[in-house]
Design a protein around this ligand. Structure first.
Ligand SMILES: Cc1ncc(C[n+]2csc(CCOP(=O)(O)OP(=O)(O)O)c2C)c(N)n1
Length: 620
């Protein structure tokens, strides 16, 4: 039996000696590689925090003490140590173990939102609450934040507040130098300076030993040196940024040395105020294919062969790939086109663009708000920025797209990847919020292409718009086959025309689903037309032309139906009856995209059922 089998709760860690702890770390790594290679998931980040997580759970008393993981993608080891090792077979699957912390799963999980840079704000609030309730003396708060997540504005808003009070809090900076790719920007540069500079503590130790041995002048010189501590610190190890804020800084320390981690964390826990422990870790540590992967150190992997790290399935063409190629083609003939990513050049398809046009691509860090307003500035200066983000992260930048871009009538194109139901990553990753958010932005136009051809066309059309923002949204996953139109009505495509008693309107990839539902209805003798609006918001004249005269209009979108495209069509056609199908506002558990669509009735049979019911009630 391995050591790992005997660890079912943090308390079990206390019994282990140094040798057993080293063995445990190795066994956890082996377990992670074998388990995640079968399910897919965040492998690299978790391989990097094995020792750190062991040390945290040995030093602190979770859940009496709160360990708050920023982003939460690096909590697999935490899950293993808190009794969930047996559930990894179902990682990220419907009804299985969540890929992020989950409050329903464990009392050890506090935050389950996978959006980055929030842990320090949660920590600040929790510290205030425990101060008010009198629990602050007996409970500790530990926030673990990566160097990538430290590039997010929220982290700095939190630090600014944390620094002004002397509430106890241990902030562990898990610095592996990477977000997906290398972490960018001044903060990353500062951390790397700390990483490479001789530690201040070591310098002071050297100063004390050397100078106090020097007769007469030595002691006074050391005293002066100690007195002007801050200045010396900035020369030797410029941790100034944190200490200038008013937060004690310890480090950098080796984040793979359990004993050193424990001693340092224990020291930090005694400090009567906020303290930063700067830990250096390696993403993908101990697994060669991850350690040598230049792109992202196996940040997130599909199902892979554990021996080689290679995906077991042949890569299929993706929406992201079509966007990436289309953007490069557009940039070739439009010198004003530039691209912006918020720390996700690979996943959003911008790394290929950056390889061709390095001077026209900006990675701004995990800073969606800044990305949008910086894009506004670029547009003011004559560029046409394309901001590529996952749909779920656009939520962060709503005010910026509304006030900084749209109010100014600036030509910024936002490309939303992973729009609609994404599935495996659970509630916080579904891109189901964008359409209702964007529907209320004056002057903003949204395209939802249904296949690769319409995606390429939508991007070109968006880049032609010069008087306001445009959005092009598409889902996660494999690209569907091309779906040609019968004819155009303005900017809308008529996909099938078997009479117009009922008109089905499919948003983006739901056009294909509507076409299949249309065929079933036609076979039942219903006169039905299927339309893809392509440009879904605001509701276009061409679409309205195709809808007028129908007895029933049914729209289908794989997002929040409250205030979405269907609601906009209903408002435009009122009082004509419109059935707006989509997802009722809710946080959906993880599962396969197709399974979730089935349970929401957003498949051909479900649409037919809804249409039939609506027609019956119209007839009565
Ligand atoms: C607001 C937001 N934008 C983008 C992401 C996508 N994302 C997930 S993890 C990650 C990088 C995080 O880097 P770091 O905090 O250093 O953690 P590491 O994976 O390196 O351990 C990014 C950009 C996110 N989770 N949240």
């Amino acid at each position: 039996m391995g050591v790992i089998e005997g660890v079912n709760s943090p308390a079990d860690l206390a019994k282990l000696d140094d040798e057993q702890l080293t063995t445990l770390a190795g066994e956890i790594r082996e377990f992670l590689v074998h388990s995640v290679s079968r399910t897919g998931g965040h492998l690299g980040p978790n391989l990097g925090v094995v020792e750190l997580t062991i040390a945290l759970h040995r030093t602190f008393d979770s859940p009496t003490d709160a360990i708050l993981w920023d982003t939460g993608h690096q909590t697999y080891v935490h899950k293993i140590l808190t009794g969930r090792r047996g559930d990894f077979v179902s990682l990220r699957q419907g009804g299985g173990l969540s890929g992020y912390p989950s409050r329903a799963e464990s009392e050890h999980d506090w935050i389950e939102n996978s959006h980055a840079s929030t842990a320090l704000s949660y920590a600040d609030g929790l510290a205030k609450a425990w101060e008010l309730s009198g629990e602050a003396e007996r409970r500790r708060i530990i926030a673990v934040v990566g160097d990538g997540s430290l590039t997010g504005g929220m982290a700095w808003e939190a630090l600014n507040n944390i620094a002004t009070a002397d509430r106890r809090m241990v902030i562990v900076v898990n610095d592996n130098g990477r977000s997906y790719g290398p972490t960018i920007g001044g903060i990353a540069h500062h951390l790397s300076t700390l990483r490479t500079t001789k530690g201040y503590e070591r310098f002071l130790g050297w100063g004390r030993r050397t100078l106090t041995r020097t007769p007469v002048v030595g002691r006074p010189v050391f005293g002066t040196l100690h007195g002007v501590k801050k200045g010396v610190k900035d020369i030797v190890a410029p941790q100034g940024m944190f200490e200038d804020l008013g937060i004690k800084y310890i480090g950098p320390i080796d984040g793979h040395d359990i004993d050193l981690l424990e001693r340092t964390l224990a020291r930090a826990a005694q400090f009567p105020g906020p303290v930063i422990v700067h830990c250096l870790t390696h993403k993908g540590h101990g697994y060669a294919p991850a350690e040598t992967d230049e792109a992202d150190r196996f940040h997130g992997v599909p199902v892979i062969d554990p021996a080689t790290g290679r995906p077991t399935a042949a890569p299929a063409p993706t929406w992201t790939g079509v966007f990436s190629a289309a953007l490069i083609a557009e940039a070739r003939r439009r010198p004003e086109v530039v691209a912006i990513t918020a720390a996700m050049p690979g996943p959003t398809g911008l790394s290929d663009f950056a390889a061709v046009y390095p001077d026209r691509c900006y990675d701004v860090g995990i800073a969606e708000q800044h990305a949008l307003t910086s894009a506004a500035g670029l547009a003011m200066g004559g560029a046409h920025p394309v901001v590529a983000v996952y749909a779920t992260f656009l939520n962060r930048a709503y005010d910026q797209i509304l006030m900084d871009v749209a109010l100014h009538g600036l030509a910024v194109t936002v490309v939303l990847d992973r729009a609609g139901i994404t599935g495996d990553d659970g509630a916080s990753h579904n891109g189901m919020w964008d359409l209702p958010l964007l529907a209320g932005v004056p002057g903003l136009r949204v395209a939802a292409p249904r296949d690769g051809v319409t995606l390429t066309a939508a991007l070109a059309e968006a880049l032609d718009v010069s008087d306001g923002p445009t959005v092009v949204r598409f889902p996660k996953g494999a690209l569907p086959a091309e779906l040609p139109a019968l004819r155009r009505s303005g900017t809308a495509d008529i996909l099938a025309d078997w009479g117009n008693d009922v008109v089905l309107v499919g948003v983006g990839p739901m056009s294909q689903t509507c076409l299949e539902a249309g065929r079933l209805l036609r076979d039942q003798g219903v006169e039905v037309t299927v339309v893809d609006p392509r440009w879904v918001l605001p509701v276009s004249e061409g679409l309205l032309d195709a809808l007028r005269g129908a007895r029933l209009v049914v729209s289908v979108e794989d997002g929040n139906r409250q205030g979405g495209v269907g609601a906009a069509i209903a408002a435009a056609l009122s009082p004509a009856p419109v059935l707006a199908l989509g997802i009722a506002p809710q946080f959906l558990d993880q599962g396969k995209r197709s399974d979730i669509l089935d349970t929401q009735g957003l498949n051909p049979a479900g649409i037919v059922e809804s249409v039939t019911k609506a027609m019956v009630s119209l007839d009565n």
